[in-house]
Design a protein around this ligand. Structure first.
Ligand code: UD1
Length: 394
């Protein structure tokens, strides 16, 4: 009996998109070799290519692939696909908890599937609220719904905790952990700092960027910005590109509504560099070099302040008010004139730029995963059997 140890309990992770992988990877890696848990990682493949690249970047090979992505898919199609495909997975693995992250259709459907199977649902990045169901749609609705299914809520910030309390979630079910995305950011930035050969290679891939020109990094993909708003942002970029002092890099999101409009409106414009979606370390490297970021991404709003890079948010509202309160991010919306004025106000006035370019960590300190592991161990780890002096189990 001396060498007997209880079977490890299964934690089932479900992820469908690039940002879910980036934000779950620190947790999956922190659980590696855990004495009480074994992790089963399930890819829904809501976004096939971006998901595969993100998993590969962290060296994670999913145990299960639901492969649900279809041409012209809708959020409802994704939800239906994940719901149907997860039922046998849950029955087979009988996890002690199902872990989802954020607000995607995959997270929403997986949380619902877990609730039906009576498996406790753990929500990482809980409590983010814009307060507007249309911005972002359907993510805001997913966030609120997942909170109803979840047994345990990891809020990245105190204000996310307050939002959950206001919706009636019991205080003892909420833990403020910090955002695991900041864990991934720290680990990646540290790895880049230790690998000058890698950063030199990345710099050679961006050799078109002039050392004397300032770098403006733009990402845009939100569903509610498709169409007229995207056209308005593109018009602003064309105006900004007239400055010789600026390089504008745009990793183009593969969604057809984005890539077609961006290629058509910005392809061949001098000073604008359209590139495919970047590997996470390459994106982080570029972010560190940027003078300014224009984005409608959630994750990028969290990451840029860590490097003291000011962020102009291409939205009317955000579920991430902490950066704005800290003075390192500003809502600029999608109006052409407002974007151009916002960028020029920062790039043409050193003092204004400096005021926003203070490195700050409003979203986490890089230790979120270890806090989450501690709570998961307490909640779902079961009894720890301690060896007695005689070699038996106490
Ligand atoms: C506005 C909104 O509702 N956003 C949600 C969306 O993510 P979000 O809006 O963050 O999704 P993005 O696709 O912008 O992904 C951002 C992440 O991708 C990285 N990156 C970006 C560009 C690139 O070329 N290469 C690259 O690696 C960034 O460093 C960042 O870590 O789903 C996330 C996961 O549930 C949620 O946390 C967000 O709340």
């Amino acid at each position: 009996m001396a060498n007997w140890s209880p079977p490890r309990r299964t934690l089932l992770f479900v992820a469908g998109t690039r940002p879910e992988v980036i934000k779950l990877a620190p947790l999956i890696m922190a659980l590696e070799g855990h004495p009480q848990f074994s992790c089963v990682v399930c890819a829904s493949a809501q976004h096939r290519d971006l998901l595969d690249a993100a998993f590969a970047g962290f060296g994670i090979v999913p145990d299960i692939d639901l492969d649900i992505m279809r041409a012209h898919q809708t959020p409802l199609g994704v939800v239906a696909g994940v719901l149907a495909a997860l039922e046998p997975v849950l029955a087979h693995h009988r996890p002690v908890a199902l872990i989802v992250q954020g607000d995607t259709a995959t997270a929403f459907a997986a949380a619902q599937a877990g609730a039906y199977a009576r498996v406790p649902v753990v929500h990482v990045e809980a409590g983010l609220r814009s307060g507007d169901d249309n911005e972002p749609f359907p993510e805001e609705f997913h966030r609120r719904a997942i909170a109803q299914f979840a047994a345990l809520h990891f809020a990245p910030t105190p204000s996310a905790r307050v939002a959950l309390l206001a919706e009636g979630i019991a205080a003892d079910r909420i833990h403020v952990s910090g955002n695991t995305g900041i864990d991934a950011l720290h680990a990646t930035a540290a790895a880049l700092a230790r690998a000058p050969a890698v950063t030199a290679l990345l710099d050679s891939e961006f050799a078109m960027l002039g050392p004397a020109r300032r770098l403006l990094l733009l990402t845009i993909h939100r569903r509610e910005n498709h169409g007229a708003r995207l056209a308005s942002v593109i018009a602003a970029v064309r105006l900004l590109a007239q400055s010789d002092a600026l390089d504008i890099v745009v990793p183009v999101h593969p969604h057809p509504a984005v890539s077609a409009a961006v290629q058509c409106g910005l392809g061949g414009v001098a000073g604008v560099h359209l590139v495919p979606p970047l590997d996470y370390p390459a994106f982080i490297h570029l972010l560190q070099r940027a003078a300014l970021v224009l984005t409608d991404s959630g994750g990028v709003q969290e990451e840029a302040p860590a490097f003291g890079v000011p962020v102009l948010v291409l939205r009317e509202t955000t579920e991430r008010p902490e950066g704005i309160a800290a003075g390192v991010a500003r809502l600029v919306g999608t109006d052409t004139t407002a974007i151009v004025a916002g960028v020029r106000a920062l790039l043409d006035a050193a003092a204004a730029h400096q005021r926003m370019a203070r490195a700050s960590l409003p979203y986490g300190d890089g230790h979120a995963a270890e806090r989450i592991v501690a709570v998961l161990t307490r909640e779902y780890g079961g009894k720890v059997l301690v060896k007695s002096a005689s070699g038996g189990q106490g």
